[in-house]
Design a protein around this ligand. Sequence first.
Ligand code: XUL
Length: 526
Amino acid sequence: MAKLFLGLDSSTQSLSAVVIDLDARKVVYEKSLNFDQALPHYKSHNGVLPNRDPLVKHSSPLLWAEALDLIFAAMKKDGVPLGKILAVSGSGQQHGSVYFNDRIAAALEQLNPQQSLVENLRGVLARKTSPIWMDSSTAVECAEIRKKLGGVKYTASRTGSDAFERFTGPQIRKFCKTEPDAYTKTASIALVSSFLASLLAGKIAPIDFGDGAGMNLMDIRRKVWDMDALKATAPNLKKKLPPLAASGRVIGPVSAYFVNKYGLNPEALATVWTGDNPASVIGLGLIKPGQVAISLGTSDTFFGTMEKCQTDADGEGHVFGSPTGGYMTLICFKNGSLAREKIREHYKIADWKKFGELVAQTPPGNDGGILLPWFEAEIAPRVNKPGVHRFNLDAKNAAANCRAVFEAQMLSMRLHSQWMNVAPAKIYVTGGAANDRALLQVLADVMNCRVLRIEVSKSAALGAALQAAHGWLTAAGKNPQWDKLIAGFTDPVPNSEIRPDKKAAKIYDQMLEKYAACEQEALEPN
Ligand code: XUL
């Protein structure tokens, strides 16, 4: 009998499902449901509810629950053999939080299949909306928590990250300060991932070590709730949080709701979910310490795996528990494709092929010209005031500016990932800009490392499906090995390898210091 596993990913804008056949090493079903289009009555825009304050970004937990009903209905309609699925896991957009009153446990235990999930959740929310990762309205709370914990370096070494606006702890603090009665009535707080896992399991699900590390509340080394961080955040918080657990760990059989309504097997297992980035680490095949992947998208994201926990003293990068054991890092560069596109638009360059040709007309090192393309506020390095800075670079020279944006972004990645101390043998790249060979050549040269492309459109949902398989095999006493489990699912695109040019690599070795000095100079008045 085929061994089928279901992975779900509830991201900012959509809910995706991936079903894998483990023995055939194949994805046998993929589906995505766009929140704005499928559930227009929530009036979300790109998954976010309208709000007058541009810093406030909330979504609706009921929207996520309704989407779960819709995707199961779609799978049933599409003939997915739901009765044969052995285990379900999932991932969610990180940091977002859901607040329940003391009726949640009973409601989850008695989910009534004659009603929708939304109807089943009536009267259990202590807060109607959920702050999500795009929210940046908690600068004051971040400063308060950071101060109580002893500054940037200590907050990062304690919880894996400095206090960040989107992280759940600062969000909980703001809720407690602005709506103290609703906070008092809150009996249970979930992340997006643990909320959906709770619906699947029919009981309050643990938060995993990956997503738990995105809260500024977990002791990153011991993987337990950090009592000092909890105290610095809000009163009586420990009672409101579920236990922490490894992602993929079996919670129990799936809720009878999904068995009766959609035909899931009553013996199918519900497992602990994780965040979308930790799940992507599996879906991109990063299972060994020292492996690195870069997602080149709207923002560029640098993922790495580490055996031992090592945190960033400057507080720019994040450390999360890795779903395959050990740790993972995530460094987010907000001005990714966004900055590349701005340069292309500014110089009226027809397409990326032409852009690449212009890059090729200029030498590596750009004759000393450096650009800092901070069109938006930046996370790494932390730049609050957007601005574009040019050093020894003629703004009228289109070709030099095209090369400069590529070089700046790749040098920035090298510089701001140095604290990880990894020297990868190869880097995997994915995302929209990963088929731009000119960009990948600059990346290979700056990092002095081979670069290979991976094409997984739903890396988080695939990672979640593999996590379900790992949990099921572990529960069956099989001691599964991650390298064997992922084999065949995460292979690089054939012939996609790009090798570094040794001469160019030397130039970038020297240029790094100069680039860092330019950053310093630009950051000074910040
Ligand atoms: C990670 C982060 C985002 C969300 C996107 O820290 O905030 O990548 O996880 O869903």
